[in-house]
Design a protein around this ligand. Structure first.
Ligand code: SF4
Length: 377
């Protein structure tokens, strides 16, 4: 039987046909990813948290290193904060990793380190929302719990021509209802099997269905130029049928990006470098960075302005590079200057670390790039 679905006659029938096609497609076409070779809820949880805001190819080496260093909840709960940040260094959005550890400590304290299987207990853990709880419950435990992420929204919006901004609460609820119905339909069908020789482990149809929607969105129903001729749902897709693929999902336009300009100073003295740790309760809390300040976009003497604001007297100032990165709607440039210090630095300016010590510190993503430009890591 072809895996391509014909035009549905009724919604009940269409969901069954859609789900069958998705399950069949997933078992044959899904990518071989390291977190698909396990049913361990801990590993699946870690992968889901890492994959938030981060691309698959970036996550793979982090995930593999993490599981070697921290193979279970107990090890994660006991890891000192600086080593935890170092393992996450470069992934960004560090609240994620701190919540991972908070949740691990809770699981150790309340459940002797055993990851909960109950959906509400999973949802109650720090850093776990509706999406992540649905992912863990379905992928690790094959529970008929829905999940909706950006990829699922795109597939469902096009497939059913769903109007309205998916960020609008009432529209979002439509996606969750559809996802709920699809995963419940999957649970009622005969269990799918993986082809011989597959390296995947599959907890069952609910796992396969949820992953199939995300996988289709990531690999076939992509934001630009979807590969509809390879799509198992092509004959059922409302957006394709009406030639309006580009109209879905109807996400509202984002606010215009705002430019921000920073200056970072790589200040050296007697073989040591001045760095500082970001305080608690700010973005990238506890991570390390070089002394830096935000300057006006029109500033013509950026290194002098930064030295003045940081109360540092500098010698031999030379430009190193400009590092660019984006956080939410901000397009940030960090102009880096190397210099030596004349006189003393106040305690608030930072602490002196040797190049060997710098390698042990977890830097923010931007300042990791600065350190690389300065030849320090
Ligand atoms: Fe997406 Fe095209 Fe498949 Fe429709 S047919 S779900 S637009 S890939």
């Amino acid at each position: 039987m072809s895996s391509v679905v014909r035009k549905p006659k009724s919604s009940a029938v269409s969901h069954r046909l859609l789900v069958r096609a998705l399950l069949k497609w997933f078992t044959r076409h899904a990518r071989d990813l390291p977190w698909r070779r396990t049913l361990d809820p801990y590993a699946i949880w870690v992968s889901e948290i890492m994959l938030q805001q981060t691309q698959v190819k970036t996550v793979i080496p982090y995930f593999e290193r993490w599981l070697v260093a921290l193979p279970d909840v107990v090890k994660l709960a006991a890891l000192p904060a600086d080593r935890l940040h170092k393992l996450w260094e470069g992934l960004g959005y560090y609240t994620r990793v701190r919540n991972l550890q908070r949740a691990a400590r809770q699981i150790v304290a309340e459940r002797k380190g055993r990851f909960p299987a109950d959906f509400d207990a999973i949802l109650a853990l720090p850093g776990i929302g509706r999406y992540t709880a649905g992912a863990i419950a379905s992928i690790a435990f094959n529970q008929p719990r829905p999940l909706v992420d950006g990829n699922v929204v795109r597939v469902l919006a096009r497939l059913f021509a769903i109007r309205g901004d998916p960020k609008d609460r009432r529209v979002a609820e439509k996606f969750w209802l559809l996802a709920t119905d699809l995963v419940a339909t999957a649970a009622r069908l005969n269990p799918v099997t993986l082809p011989a020789g597959s390296r995947f482990l599959l907890a069952g149809n609910c796992s396969a269905l949820n992953q199939s929607l995300m996988e289709l969105g990531a690999t076939v129903c992509t934001p630009v130029s979807p590969r509809c001729s390879d799509c198992p749902l092509q004959d059922s897709c409302a957006a394709r049928r009406t030639g309006r693929i580009d109209h879905f999902p109807q996400t509202a336009r984002r606010p215009r990006a705002t430019r921000r300009r920073f200056v970072a100073l790589v200040v050296q003295r007697a073989g040591k470098v001045l760095v500082r740790q970001r305080p608690a309760n700010v973005v990238n809390a506890h991570l390390w960075e070089f002394p830096n300040v935000e300057v006006d976009l029109a500033e013509t003497e950026p290194s002098a302005a930064a030295a003045r604001m940081l109360q540092l007297k500098l010698l031999d100032v030379r430009a190193l590079a400009t590092v660019r990165h984006s956080i939410t709607r901000y397009r940030i440039s960090v102009e880096c200057f190397a210099a030596t210090l004349k006189g003393r630095a106040s305690h608030s300016a930072g602490v002196w670390k040797s190049p060997e010590q710098l390698k042990e510190l977890a830097f923010t993503a931007a300042h990791q790039k600065v350190a690389r430009q300065a030849g320090l890591i």
